[in-house]
Design a protein around this ligand. Structure first.
Ligand SMILES: [Ca+2]
Ligand SMILES: [Ca+2]
Ligand SMILES: [Ca+2]
Ligand SMILES: [Ca+2]
Length: 475
């Protein structure tokens, strides 16, 4: 993991180097081919639709000979107090005050976060579609049936990694009588948030209780499962002939290996001191699903957000807690991952996940990958912190681990992930602290046969994100 600021500097330097060799007249454009990546625009990026109705924005591509509707999704956001997410909890345990922490959150009336105060498509709301749904430039002379004349916006998408690449999506306002739906009848992601106790607002126990779930994400490429707020306990890859077996034990949170006083289980349940927590949002498709929550013991404003696309998952963690001695966020696979290769950018040849210890070079890899007949899971990590950190990649493959496992099964299969070994200052704004730390994982779920080369390309793609610009368009 590297500081995002560092990656950004490298990215700018490399883009400049590439640009210097681009031919001036690049006559032949090639389409953008990032099949797993979304394009996310905000209301601010689309002034023609800004502060207009949300549901009547539609997306289309020009196939070369015809207009075809594509699925788009609008997700509302607003700056909301974390205290509101807790149903205006007045006092938390441990002296933190979530009501003093304001954060940009995805909004919904289905939780205590509440709906966006601006019901229109305002500047921080997001419009998203998949890059692979874009088409070629439309020649003009027509616009899609069922759309309002003069309402068009052309979105040009380019891939900084592919010189001369461009694809286009056209957005229009739906005509009053048209039957077209924003999702175009497509569902790329199916997320079912199932709280065993019943409806969220009526039965969720914010203070001092487990809140068991049977929540599932299913797409054409993978399955995920959650048994409580922080209890992420299934990864099954179904892409392209993968066996579909669940290779995951858990995503684990700890201060240090073998130290069990804080973990994803203590976040969820009062097994080692009080616990509290709540959901920001649970939202299902059609283009992406969102699962976002807060509450990690004495860090009631610590937040994690999963965004599920059909071939990719983004996990963002916002640390907001008092000073802590160190922290770990790692993936622990299950015995069903046996036979898979684990590799990362510092260990490209890889080692075999089989419960027998491996020799792995430590350091700060830019990507990690597990691959085998069970499928391929490639992760790109970023870390953005206001303070210096000492960090490394934690790795342990041992069916009889010498280190207490704290949670999950008793094994350590291919355990791997971020370990910040240096002390972290207070990052809880409610305690008057200005420091911050945010980590992201961008996870790609693919068929068996993943390689270091495909992982490096994904890593570059995270650094050099897709570019998109919307401009008014009339045929
Ligand atoms: Ca908004
Ligand atoms: Ca809005
Ligand atoms: Ca091994
Ligand atoms: Ca385990």
């Amino acid at each position: 993991m590297k500081k995002r600021a560092v990656l950004g500097v490298l990215a700018c330097a490399a883009v400049a180097a590439v640009a210097s060799v681009v031919p001036v007249n690049n006559a032949i454009a090639v389409p953008v081919t990032r099949a797993s990546d979304p394009v996310v625009l905000t209301g601010a990026d689309l002034p023609k639709f800004l502060n207009g109705l949300r549901p009547t924005i539609l997306g289309f591509r020009w196939s070369g000979s015809a207009w075809q509707q594509i699925p788009i999704q609008v997700d509302e956001r607003a700056v909301v107090s974390i205290g509101k997410v807790y149903n205006n909890m007045t006092a938390s345990y441990y002296g933190s005050t979530p009501g003093l922490v304001n954060a940009p959150l995805y909004t919904t009336g289905a939780t205590f976060t509440g709906n966006d105060p601006n019901a229109k498509f305002d500047s921080d709301d997001e419009l998203v579609f998949m890059a692979r749904d874009a088409g070629v430039a439309a020649p003009g002379g027509s616009q899609p049936a069922g759309t309002v004349v003069g309402s068009g916006v052309k979105v040009r998408i380019t891939d900084p990694l592919v010189v001369g690449s461009e694809s286009f999506v056209y957005l229009f306002r739906k005509s009053a009588l048209a039957k077209l739906k924003q999702g175009a009848g497509v569902s790329y992601v199916n997320y079912t948030f199932k709280l065993l106790s019943g409806s969220y607002k009526l039965t969720y126990k914010i203070m001092n209780s487990a809140n068991l779930e049977n929540s599932k994400v299913t797409t054409a490429s993978y399955k995920r499962h959650f048994s409580d707020r922080w209890l992420s306990d299934e990864i099954s890859v179904t892409a392209g002939g993968a066996t579909g077996v669940d290779i995951f034990d858990r995503q684990k949170s700890q201060f240090a290996p073998g130290y069990c006083a804080r973990s994803e289980d203590t976040f969820d349940t009062p097994i080692a001191g009080p616990s509290e927590g709540a959901f920001v949002i649970n939202k299902n498709g059609p283009v992406r699903a969102i699962r976002s929550y807060v509450g990690a013991n004495s860090g009631p404003s610590v937040q994690r957000t999963h965004i599920f696309y059909d071939r990719r998952e983004d996990i963002t963690t916002n640390l907001r807690v008092h000073a802590i001695p160190s922290v770990m966020d790692y993936f622990d696979y299950s015995p069903a991952a046996s036979g898979m290769t684990y590799r990362n950018s510092l260990n490209a040849a890889g080692v075999t996940i089989d419960g027998n210890p491996d020799s792995v070079v430590a350091g700060q890899p830019t990507w990690e990958q597990v691959t085998g007949a069970q499928g391929t899971v490639t992760q790109v990590g970023t870390l953005s912190a206001s303070f210096a950190t000492t960090l490394t990649n934690y790795y342990l493959d041992d069916s009889t681990p010498p280190i207490t496992q704290c949670t999950g099964d008793g094994y350590a299969y291919g355990q791997s992930g971020l370990y910040i070994t240096s002390a972290l200052p207070c990052t809880d704004p409610s305690q008057g602290c200005a420091d911050s730390l945010t980590t992201t994982r961008t996870i790609y779920y693919d068929a068996p046969g993943g390689t270091a080369a495909t992982a490096a390309l994904y890593s570059a793609g995270v650094v050099y994100g897709l570019q998109s610009v919307g401009t008014s368009w009339t045929p």
